[in-house]
Design a protein around this ligand. Structure first.
Ligand SMILES: Nc1nc2c(ncn2[C@@H]2O[C@H](COP(=O)(O)OP(=O)(O)O)[C@@H](O)[C@H]2O)c(=O)[nH]1
Ligand SMILES: Nc1ncnc2c1ncn2[C@@H]1O[C@H](COP(=O)(O)OP(=O)(O)O)[C@@H](O)[C@H]1O
Length: 190
């Protein structure tokens, strides 16, 4: 069986990565599997352990790093986030196209290990709109919102390292663009 693609989607906090994903994730023709990351941040209302993230402690995360269990990892606004390696390999070997929704430092690490990874960066129509979306989500206190916005400006400078840049103005359109990009890459791999 042909090994599945490795797809990286990055973009600043609140740009709409999760929202866009919900439009295309269940499209069976894309043969997608979502890589569930480990994180030390607390679950948001509605988030489920083992579905949205594997929520863990700082100690357990550091143990996973030490044991070489992570494909990549990074610190983001005071918390660790990382991709468990074994699951990604297993899914790709089953022919699934594995989607990593990770920030820019992690993407750099994956690019070094897997130069063939398909990389997509999502941008907001403008920074005012990004701020509106982060605040509108009401998932973080003001102090963290400020830190995430400061981080967003730095992350936006990294978009040139990605193969595709997709603007999330209309989420359905952004999702359709990403679906087309994935389909095109599935064809060229054949
Ligand atoms: N490097 C890395 N980044 C991750 C991973 N999982 C999530 N992230 C990124 O960490 C950042 C913060 O994620 P989160 O707290 O869920 O905030 P959100 O992006 O606003 O939903 C986002 O840029 C995520 O894409 C991971 O496994 N590795
Ligand atoms: N194209 C869009 N237009 C307006 N609001 C959006 C759009 N995409 C997402 N949102 C809203 O912005 C907020 C952040 O989206 P979310 O998917 O949680 O972002 P991310 O996963 O990138 O952090 C949510 O409240 C979501 O409903």
């Amino acid at each position: 069986m042909k090994k599945g693609l490795l797809i990286i989607i990055s973009g600043p906090s609140g740009v709409g990565k999760g929202t866009i994903r919900s439009y295309f994730m269940n499209d069976e023709s894309l043969k997608l599997a979502y890589s569930i990351s480990m994180t030390t941040r607390s679950p948001r209302v509605g988030e489920k352990d083992g579905v949205d993230y594997i929520f863990t402690t700082k100690e357990a995360f550091e143990e996973a790093i030490k044991n070489g269990e992570l494909l990549e990892w990074a610190e983001f606004v005071g918390n660790y986030y990382g991709t468990p390696m074994e699951e990604v390999e297993k899914l790709r070997n089953e022919g699934k196209n594995v989607l990593l929704e990770i920030e820019v430092q992690g993407a750099t690490q994956v690019r070094e290990k897997c130069p063939d990874a398909l990389t997509i960066f999502i941008i907001p129509p403008n920074m005012e709109e990004l701020e509106k979306r982060i605040r509108g989500r009401r998932s973080e206190p003001e102090e963290i919102v400020q830190q995430r916005l400061a981080k967003a400006s730095k992350e936006m400078k990294m978009m040139d390292n990605y193969k595709y840049i997709v603007c999330n103005d209309d989420p359905k359109l952004a999702a359709d663009l990403i679906s087309s990009i994935i389909k095109r890459h599935m064809e060229t791999e054949e």
